[in-house]
Design a protein around this ligand. Structure first.
Ligand code: FES
Length: 161
């Protein structure tokens, strides 16, 4: 299953992470840069990776977990094959992007920051993506949906299934 961490498959990535840890472990405040490395290498920071960092930097796992969950740029679960971003910037928000977000939550049965069990979709609420003239805007990976409406959610999702 997608959410399980496979040590064998990730052997090269683990090696890369350990190299980063080795390089940075004597730096002051090494944890955040190492977490950035981990996020970049794995695309998320599961507990198995947190353990490697905890041992490498000689820091308690609770501290690692605390930092990972505090900063929104770090994620504990892998993103879906299709990552849906609903813009919650002002221009989109006033044009009812919350309604779109609610509809997607309802259709997929996941919350913001979660991934569907089959690994197909993940959901994010984003800041302004710089396309306010097209508000409300959502993105699915690189696809941009302009002047989108909550009533179009089901049809949009269907395209990716
Ligand atoms: S507020 Fe949504 S694109 Fe700017």
């Amino acid at each position: 299953m997608m959410l399980e961490f496979d040590f064998e498959k990730n052997a090269d990535k683990i090696k890369e992470l350990k190299k980063m840890i080795e390089e940075k472990k004597d730096m002051k405040g090494a944890l955040i840069p190492v977490l950035h490395d981990a996020q970049g290498i794995f695309g998320y920071i599961p507990k198995e990776v947190q353990v490697i960092i905890s041992e490498g930097l000689n820091k308690p796992i609770a501290e690692i977990y605390g930092v990972v969950t505090f900063y929104s740029q770090f994620t504990l679960i892998p993103k879906g094959k299709y990552n849906i971003g609903v813009c919650m910037g002002t221009a989109c928000y006033v044009k009812d992007s919350q309604k779109i977000l609610n509809q997607i939550i309802k259709e997929l049965g996941i919350d913001v920051g979660e991934t569907t069990k089959d690994g197909l979709f993940s959901l994010e609420a984003t800041r302004c993506i710089g396309a306010c003239g097209l508000a409300p805007v959502i993105m699915v990976n690189e696809d941009v949906y302009a002047k989108f409406d909550a009533s179009e959610v089901a049809e949009m999702l269907e395209k990716y299934k």
